[in-house]
Unconditional design. Structure first.
Length: 282
């Protein structure tokens, strides 16, 4: 008992952030349900997708940040890159951008809820989720590669590479506004329709957002545990070396595009264009 209490870390800014976001989300959901007279209708509100993504990032960062502090990672100064202040700034810019998108771009027609009632509908839901993750990873690979290959892209992407050896889970949100907007835009576009042209269901979009935010956060953490996405996804395992050792791995989740490019063309360790030759992985 007492030994366990001593070993417990106090709540940190990331923990309070998660608790605050949960309170705001559930309060908004209750207000929406009261206004529409239905919880189900409230969960169809436009803001549910960005709320799930926000909570997904906040939950993952809180989990990994606690593990990192247990390992001895020191707190960031209030206004420094990757501090709680910059996380709040990223959150504010995200919601501003999503609100502007929602106000100007109409949603897909007849969005299904996607609740599975049979085994085939469950299989369809899982296919929706998996195909969306693959599509996001595929599209953003070329954007990421371009940002490392072109002079204009280096300026846009440099902020994300501010941290190297002290890279932590929270640095998943350390982006320039344009860099962050590109990631969000790709995610929105792959969430609107499935690769076969059907409108993507609300449940599939929610699961996608939870999975993607966790995988992105895990790919940046300094903590060896929990090891979930890294166990199965080579791109998640490689991403820290991309930051720390500047290895030319640009695919965030899977690795087939990097492997094909390196096997065909070779590559360089790129600290924005400089470094030594790297062989294709065996």
């Amino acid at each position: 008992g007492r030994t366990q209490l001593k070993s417990m870390l106090p709540l940190h800014g990331t923990d309070f952030g998660l608790l605050g976001l949960l309170c705001v989300t559930f309060s908004a959901l209750a207000t929406e349900a009261f206004a529409h007279g239905s919880l189900a209708q409230a969960m169809r509100a436009w803001w549910m997708d960005p709320a799930v993504a926000t909570l997904g990032f906040s939950f993952a960062i809180s989990i990994f940040d606690r593990r990192e502090r247990e390992l001895g990672c020191t707190p960031r100064k209030f206004m420094s890159a990757g501090s709680v202040f910059t996380l709040f700034a990223a959150l504010s810019l995200y919601w501003l951008g999503v609100s502007a998108w929602t106000a100007t771009v109409p949603p897909p027609r007849a969005i299904p809820d996607g609740l599975p009632t049979t085994l085939p509908s469950m299989a369809y839901l899982l296919t929706e989720v998996f195909s969306g993750i693959v599509a996001y990873d595929f599209v953003f690979y070329f954007i990421h590669l371009g940002m490392h290959s072109m002079t204009a892209g280096l300026g846009i992407h440099a902020m994300h590479h501010t941290k190297t050896t002290c890279l932590r889970a929270r640095d998943v949100l350390l982006h320039s506004p344009i860099d962050g907007a590109l990631q969000v835009l790709v995610n929105i576009l792959v969430q609107r329709h499935t690769p076969w042209g059907c409108t993507k269901s609300r449940l599939a979009r929610a699961i996608h957002n939870v999975a993607v935010t966790w995988m992105l956060t895990e790919s940046h953490t300094a903590s060896p545990t929990p090891r979930i996405a890294r166990r199965f996804c080579v791109g998640v395992r490689r991403h820290r070396s991309h930051h720390i050792s500047c290895t030319p791995y640009y695919q965030q989740f899977f690795g087939y595009l990097d492997d094909a490019r390196l096997a065909t063309f070779g590559g360089k360790n790129q600290r924005f264009g400089e470094g030594q030759h790297v062989r294709a992985p065996s």
